[in-house]
Design a binder for this molecule. Structure first.
Ligand code: ZN
Length: 313
């Protein structure tokens, strides 16, 4: 059973975030960028297989922010009915500042523009994006909301349930906030960049351990997320000429770092009541995830994000 998070979890996170990352006034986003596949049964419904509590947390730990090399549907026995397919429509900057779906859509626009100008093969750098509820069919198999956001290289698509961010605050103890959400989008987008550049194909993504390719892939995606964040306040929307985001403050940046820490392998192991065991890590520790995000944010350079060449991860 998956119970909806308590309202005060989200509410508290919202009210403490007095300083929020904001899209620049005058910005507008055309929409159509993100597909919606909603089951129609509403958010927070029970997922298949009767997995709950610790079981759910463990599955989240396995698959959280995954690079798509998992099949959570197989774990859960999940299967979604085809829902009402639509897209997230046009949003103003004001809507992107207050509505999660609009924030996702606008953030992807920003990511598209940033990575298209950063990569030499711009046409290859645009992934598809799907927000869903309950369960979804992908080229990587059936996935449920419990798998957390992930990127599937088979169909070059980012999948996520926007309700994940309630999990992030209520289950993982993250502060939440707009830049925390944007960090997750940018991390998954980073996996697409890795797919385009061939990192995904070369790395052994099936292993685990503190020095494993899996951890290097994940920390590099964090670094790429940092690169985007470091440039988001200077990147202009080519359609409107308006800079996407207001400059990011230190307090706002802390939201992204807090989210990165919350999904560190050591933190998740502690949360799930198991011993911290680096041999089973697939994403890196809280400290590592924060540090690599910061490296990308400060250096804004693909070469600085080469976790495979790094002597110290
Ligand atoms: Zn990842």
């Amino acid at each position: 059973m998956r119970t909806p998070p308590p309202l005060d979890a989200r509410g508290a996170a919202t009210t403490t975030n007095v300083l929020v990352v904001t899209f620049q006034e005058g910005g507008s986003f055309g929409g159509g960028r993100v597909q919606s596949r909603r089951s129609g049964a509403g958010r927070g419904m029970a997922i298949g297989g009767g997995v709950g509590g610790l079981g759910l947390l463990v599955i989240l730990a396995i698959t959280l922010l995954s690079g798509g090399n998992v099949d959570p549907g197989a774990l859960l026995g999940g299967g979604g009915e085809p829902g009402n397919d639509s897209t997230i429509g046009a949003c103003t900057a004001e809507q992107a500042n207050t509505d999660r779906a609009c924030r996702l859509s606008a953030t992807l626009d920003s990511l598209d523009t940033y990575w298209s100008s950063t990569m030499s093969d711009a046409s290859a750098t645009i992934p598809e994006a799907v927000e869903f509820t309950s369960a979804v069919s992908t080229a990587c198999g059936q996935a449920s909301s419990a798998s957390g956001p992930f990127y599937c290289p088979g169909d070059q698509t980012i999948y996520l349930d926007l309700g994940f961010f309630d999990e992030l605050t209520s289950r993982f103890g993250a502060e939440g906030g707009p830049l925390a959400e944007m960090y997750v989008y940018a991390h998954e987008y980073g996996h697409h960049i890795q797919n385009v550049t061939g990192v995904f194909g070369q790395a052994d993504r099936g292993g685990s351990g503190a020095e494993s390719d899996s951890v290097r892939v994940e920390l590099q995606a964090d670094c790429y997320a940092g690169m985007w964040a470091g440039n988001a306040a200077t990147t202009k929307d080519p359609d409107t000429g308006v800079t996407y985001l207001e400059p990011i403050s230190a307090a706002e940046l802390a939201q992204a770092l807090d989210a990165a820490a919350a999904v560190g392998d050591d933190h998740i192991q502690e949360q799930s009541g198991t011993n911290v065991n680096p041999d089973s890590w697939t994403h890196g520790s809280s400290e590592q995830r924060q540090r690599w995000f910061t490296t990308g944010y400060e250096q804004r350079d693909l070469a600085a994000c080469d976790t495979f060449a790094a002597r110290t991860l």
